[in-house]
Design a protein around this ligand. Structure first.
Ligand code: G4P
Length: 284
């Protein structure tokens, strides 16, 4: 989904999501595991107003498993429940309901004490476009819901869908905007394809990405493009020129840039995560 976020649009999305948050016991904040911080909406935390939350790092199949572990540890250290899943292959999805039940144990116990036999948990998915909210929703309810109104500011009648014995899910995910004010964040979102169209051109994204892989994942470049030590010692710019030549694009560097971005997005360079938790990931 490609959405133009105009200021009026954002305000409307924000009001609508805030309204729906009031209807649920817990929020599933869906992010992309390759960019767990950059793919968060900057306002959600304040909108939640202490409402319980589970951070769902989706697309874990594409992310660097070691870094996913680091992220989960950071969340845990901050006392925040978090889960890495792969919704497309329905991996570890059952843990979502388990975690929600765990986190709301007190509330459930109180309801049982009041005579409610099987208290249901009401939840909704919230996140920026493309992180996999609809996929998670469909997998959790074991149906293929055409998530109509899957755009911000499009209101429709809400329905509750059964996602297990005691979990009810709002049938429309809450859609909020990404952080676009920060250039680093934008480049991460662009390279991973978390956001298809950004203000950046391919050249800038590819060069930034190549530099990142040279620093963090050099062995991947070596393997994918048959590079040697000398190649990897080049400046990123020069390596891009070298790659362009090597892959037959010659001086059509824009084609090389697009190729590199597509390789990264398609996983040709393996599983990767473009950010690690800060030492003080306090607001996790
Ligand atoms: P959204 O509601 O948050 O906007 O996201 P949506 O579920 O539409 O998912 C966005 C894209 O991400 C979809 O791919 C979807 O298949 C893919 N996706 C969702 N979860 C996962 C996951 O855990 N792993 C991987 N690898 N991909 C995931 P698409 O290209 O838009 O469509 P399609 O390829 O499924 O046809």
């Amino acid at each position: 989904t490609n959405i133009n976020w105009f200021p009026g649009h954002m305000q409307k999305a924000r009001r609508e999501v805030a309204e729906r948050i009031k209807q649920v016991d817990i929020v599933f904040e869906v992010v992309d595991a390759r960019v767990p911080e950059s793919s968060r909406n900057p306002m959600l935390l304040s909108m939640l107003n202490q409402k319980p939350r589970i951070a769902i790092l989706n697309k874990a199949d594409l992310a660097d498993p070691n870094r996913t572990k680091q992220w989960l540890a950071a969340y845990q250290a901050a006392g925040q429940s978090a889960l890495a899943i792969d919704a497309q292959h329905a991996n570890r999805l059952q843990q979502v309901a388990q975690l929600a039940t765990q986190q709301l144990a007190d509330k459930i116990a109180r309801k049982k004490a009041r005579g409610i036999k099987n208290p249901h948990i009401r939840a909704m998915c919230i996140g920026i476009p493309n992180v996999g909210k609809s996929t998670i929703l469909n997998r959790l309810v074991h149906k293929n819901i055409a998530v109509t109104g899957n755009r911000p500011g499009v209101t429709k009648n809400q329905q509750w869908l059964k996602a297990g014995d005691n979990l009810d899910l709002l049938d429309t995910p809450g859609i909020l905007w990404p952080k676009f004010e920060n250039q680093q964040v934008g480049l991460r979102l662009a390279l991973s394809g978390a956001i298809a169209d950004t203000v950046f051109n391919d050249d800038d994204v590819a060069l930034w990405g190549l530099e990142y892989f040279m620093r963090e994942y050099p062995a991947r470049l070596r393997k994918a493009y048959g590079l040697n030590d000398a190649d990897l010692a080049l400046a990123p710019n020069d390596l891009m020129v070298h790659l362009s030549d090597k892959l037959g694009f010659g001086e059509e560097y824009d084609r090389m840039a697009t190729r590199f971005i597509n390789d990264v997005r398609k996983g040709e360079l393996g599983r990767y995560t473009l950010e690690v938790p800060e030492a003080d990931h306090a607001d996790a």
